[in-house]
Design a protein. Structure first.
Length: 217
């Protein structure tokens, strides 16, 4: 099955988790774009959305969906997002689209986190996809040295990319993440790190793997 079709099927399945009157947390990326399009067809049923990126905000507004501030909405019932990798425990690597910090904030604020992936994103151990780390610009080299010393992974500056928060991204290559919760905690302690693209302490609650039919984990 073509990858885009698998993404679309996963996104369509996720609509089943949307209840009348909800404010829906919405992530970022190519799979989420299909979800936003599907959400647009039932926009009359929802109260609005909280968005994790300027890109998703523009697409939501294009469908006539009101985009709200998390500070105004409080806790959310549902957050829907994609992932770059997913292990059998629903722990994720995210941040390929450089929206990891806002995604992590909305996931933390949500009662249920539904993650949409195509089958290629399933892995036994996280780390094949380079781990994104959002960093304060002045700390880029310092953080890279500390990451190398702590993990043995190879941090590479994602040159030319600035996050919606005005920061830079380091992508850490050559990792095999046996204990994602411990690594997430350890990397978060490095001064200059804004957030780490490991969603392990707060993993997904539901994973939908695109296919015919979609598989719900």
């Amino acid at each position: 099955m073509p990858q885009n079709e698998a993404k679309r099927l996963a996104a369509e399945k996720a609509i089943e988790y949307v209840e009348d009157g909800m404010i829906v947390g919405v992530g970022t990326g190519s799979t989420v774009a299909f979800f936003i399009d599907a959400l647009g067809r039932i926009k009359h049923r929802i109260a609005g959305a909280v968005s994790s990126s300027e890109q998703s905000t523009a697409r939501l507004r294009g469908h006539g969906i009101e985009v709200m501030e998390l500070n105004d909405t409080g806790e959310l019932a549902l957050y829907v997002d994609g992932a770059d990798e997913c292990d059998p425990h629903k722990r994720l690597i995210k941040g390929g689209g450089a929206a990891l910090t806002r995604e992590k904030i909305i996931a933390e604020a949500s009662e249920k986190f539904v993650c949409l992936i195509d089958p290629s994103k399933q892995v036994p151990i996280l780390g094949r996809f380079p781990l994104p780390v959002e960093v304060i610009p002045m700390a880029r080299s310092l953080v890279a040295r500390r990451i190398l010393a702590l993990t043995g992974g190879q941090p590479v500056w994602r040159d030319g990319v600035v996050t919606d928060n005005g920061n830079v991204v380091l992508d850490v290559h050559n990792l095999s993440i046996i204990d994602p919760v411990a690594m997430e905690k350890e990397l978060n302690q490095i001064p200059g790190v804004v957030s780490v693209g490991l969603f392990a302490r707060r993993p997904a609650d539901v994973v939908i793997v695109g296919g015919e039919p979609p598989q719900v984990l």
